[in-house]
Ligand binder design. Sequence first.
Ligand SMILES: *Cc1c(COP(=O)(O)O)cnc(C)c1O
Length: 425
Amino acid sequence: MDLAFDRRHIWHPYTSTLTPLTCYPVVSAEGVFIELENGEKLVDGMSSWWSAIHGYNHPHLNNAAHNQIDKMSHIMFGGITHAPAINLCKKLLNLAPDNLEHVFLADSGSVAVEVSLKMALQYWHAKGETRPKFLTLRDGYHGDTFAAMSVTDPDNSMHSLYKGFLPEHIFAQSPTSGYWHEWNPQDLDDFRHKIEAHHNEIAAVILEPIVQGAGGMRIYHPNFLKGVRELCDEYGLLLILDEIATGFGRTGKMFACEHAEIQPDILCVGKALTGGYMTLSATLASKEVADTVCGGEAGCFMHGPTFMGNPLACAVATASMELLEANDWKEQTRQIEAAFSELLPKLKNHELVADVRWLGAIGVVESTKSVNMEKIQAHFVEHGVWIRPFGKLIYMMPPFISQREHIENLIGAVENALEIPECFA
Ligand SMILES: *Cc1c(COP(=O)(O)O)cnc(C)c1O
């Protein structure tokens, strides 16, 4: 592979053209293994950012893609419908909280979030109210497009770079009570104060249920989410749940909101929707939200991406839902959680470890120092695993098909890294 060209001309996520870091050339992937150009195989600890839940190169997903591509890869969705979209939306509505009745298909997670925010704004406009603000949490992550970024943690996403352009929303403190810890009711105080002070200008609350992903890998207590739902009901606010990372079994429940036994008014899904094969997302809404939006001045929901409802992506997503049904994701994620809960606490006494946490098929080691990305990445590859940390967070969300030995490989490589001072800045 022409790595010199890559280094010189191709931007990778969050990278510099001045000091590009090493990129590892991958030629194929199969099951939980990623194969490098030199023939080395790495145990995957990332599921390609939460998405490849069934592992790579899966025959059932491949078949679905092949079958669909021979019929039609794409067709516009305006005035046209097709079986892949209908099949997928049936499955989605079956799995999702039962108050959600309408599905809007979009291209990526960030767009699903944009769509959810637009729905909330159109909802209030239809009711004759101007409500330009959203209430969200510190340490959250909702995507990299502007509206999604505006509700992402202002420090992590460097809002200062876009001052004057980026809308300013309301941020409440993120919960401090961990999922497995005792609930501290004071966690809700700041959120409650912000709602009390601003509810007349707030269109909706948007947050990641139970697990805050890229904004800090925080795994919080279900009582916080319960309290948020109650406060939204008390003040008549819409609740948007961003399950783009947590959806489809990752936390041990089909959707993370089930940990708190609550339902959102609007739900965003993406990432694992196609089992990691291609980009597709969806925003689901309650009948009340959809009907109110469409009863307003515009008479419709004002959005329609070119590749909306892409048949190829829908066919693969449907096949991914079929695998979820067939593969017993509950047992798979329970076993991964068991391995994390047994093996991660052993790292806790290390001086470089500030905290370890886990839930379902998610395991996190928070270090006391930021990692040296170049060094630690090379170390992981040498140890035959693919883990890509950020800042102080070394986190793993392996494919659901991972066996005990694969989790042991991942955690073993992290344990080894802790012994190498150069891996930390
Ligand atoms: C990844 C992510 C997004 C953005 O999805 P993209 O497909 O990268 O646009 C939004 N919200 C959450 C919670 C995510 O994890």
